[in-house]
Design a protein around this ligand. Structure first.
Ligand SMILES: NC(=O)c1ccc[n+]([C@@H]2O[C@H](COP(=O)([O-])OP(=O)(O)OC[C@H]3O[C@@H](n4cnc5c(N)ncnc54)[C@H](OP(=O)(O)O)[C@@H]3O)[C@@H](O)[C@H]2O)c1
Length: 221
């Protein structure tokens, strides 16, 4: 088996943390590079961690890899301004995608969100749609876009609205089947599992909402 290398951004986050652990456990990856603004706290023979300033394009350049996993993101509440949100959810992912393509990466995998649409009247959905369009235009062998519904999992920080939405949707989950299955909240771990499965599968470019993500995890898609 030819073992690949992976580059991950967003490793200190909920989805990214799971992706990091899965990549380190995976026999398919010989090396895992993490670009991060603060240490992950992980130590592993396969792991190379680079503390970078994401505003500095030169810090993102020159990292040769096969697969790029982008799990960056913030919230309007944390970012405080629309401009700051746009920087994290659009500018940084596109800069990383461009830099890694220039270094020869073959696949780019990104987490956006359900409802992503560059024509949306909702700012959050519009930015997610714009970042999808921008990374799809970069010459990769394949670009894989994951559009999860509400993410479930244990966070170090409290997110009240997401907590309430999670409780409500958990109660309604048994009813959220068929075409509305994509709205059912999804475990962040399942998103990470699906990203690794898709990266390993040599698939053409694709877009995956929560119902498909679950089917990929079950080995049905
Ligand atoms: N929350 C949900 O229910 C939900 C639903 C659908 C889609 N999504 C999307 O899914 C993706 C992953 O979500 P998540 O909940 O796993 O994210 P998360 O836990 O908030 O982690 C976000 C990652 O981005 C990094 N980051 C944020 N601001 C940064 C900055 N200014 N400079 C450098 N790095 C920065 C964080 O680093 P630090 O740890 O240093 O802050 C962290 O590694 C995001 O794009 C999110 O929008 C979320």
């Amino acid at each position: 088996m030819v073992r690949k290398t992976a580059l991950l951004v967003g490793a200190t986050g909920l989805v990214g943390g799971h992706v990091l652990r899965l990549l380190l456990e995976s026999e398919q990856y010989a090396a895992v590079k993490v670009l991060t603004r603060r240490p992950t706290g992980m130590s592993h023979a396969k792991l190379a961690e680079y503390i970078v300033d994401f505003d500095d394009a030169s810090a993102l350049a020159g990292h040769a890899t096969d697969d790029v996993f982008c799990c960056l993101g913030t919230t309007i509440k944390k970012a405080r301004t629309r401009d700051a949100f746009y920087t994290v959810d659009f500018t940084y992912p596109v800069s990383i995608a461009r830099a890694c393509a220039a270094s020869g990466a073959g696949q780019f995998l990104i987490v956006t969100a359900l409802g992503a649409d560059p024509r949306s009247a909702v700012f959050y959905n519009r930015v997610k749609g714009e970042v999808e369009a921008a990374v799809r235009a970069i010459p990769y062998r394949a670009v894989h876009v994951f559009r999860p519904s509400l993410l479930l999992g244990t966070r170090n920080e409290k997110r009240l609205l997401e907590g309430i939405a999670g409780l409500l949707s958990r109660a309604l989950a048994p009813l959220m089947i068929g075409p509305i299955g994509k709205y059912r909240p999804i475990e962040a771990m399942d998103v990470a599992r699906a990203m690794i499965a898709v990266a390993s599968g040599d698939r053409p470019s694709g877009t995956y909402e929560s119902s498909i993500i679950r089917r990929i995890v079950r080995g049905e898609a």
